[in-house]
Design a protein around this ligand. Sequence first.
Ligand code: GDP
Length: 206
Amino acid sequence: MSITSAKYVGSFPDFSKCPKDNVPEYAFIGRSNVGKSSLINLLTQRKSLAKTSSTPGKTQMINYFFIDEAWYLVDLPGYGYAKLSKKHRASLKKMVQEYMKNRLQLVNAFVLIDSRIQPQQIDLDFVNFLGEHQVPFSLVFTKVDKQSNQKTMANIEAFKTEMRTSWQELPPIFPTSSIANVGGEALMEYIDGINGKLQAEQRNGN
Ligand code: GDP
């Protein structure tokens, strides 16, 4: 299950300027340096697709790619970027939050989390925000090649334990590595599965 075509659509400064058509979209977000560009390149099997979103002027935009003429991959700015001013960080945060709250075409947000580290408050705050606004999301643990499976599993378990303090049900979880080519297939199957259901619903007129 791999992607046949991936086209850059454009970069938009806020959700209201994003494409108006009714194409299902999947957003990718996480702390800067979490491995988002590498994961997008792994999924699309194009070495430099995500580079488009990291060119000057686009890192702080909502970047759209049209995949297989069927769905949008949305590359959102990373959060927690230490080099930005407080004011700038706040305006990026607002842009992302407004997108998440208002974008009706958003089917699922993939929240990327570094599998090497213990749960970080900034990631927990972000998933709690999504929960409060009923945005469907999944957790993607990146860079699993960097340590033993045991360590990865321990960090994922620790994150789940933190989430259980405020959540009854946990989201789907995908361990991935762009270097060792882990998890891309599972993510693609997940996206294809949802798109299949959406198409069936449309055919049935729901
Ligand atoms: P972004 O800022 O979230 O887009 O992160 P990048 O994709 O640019 O990756 C940040 C750094 O982590 C780069 O040095 C990548 O080479 C490295 N990296 C990304 N994904 C992986 C991975 O799966 N395994 C390893 N070992 N390194 C990775």
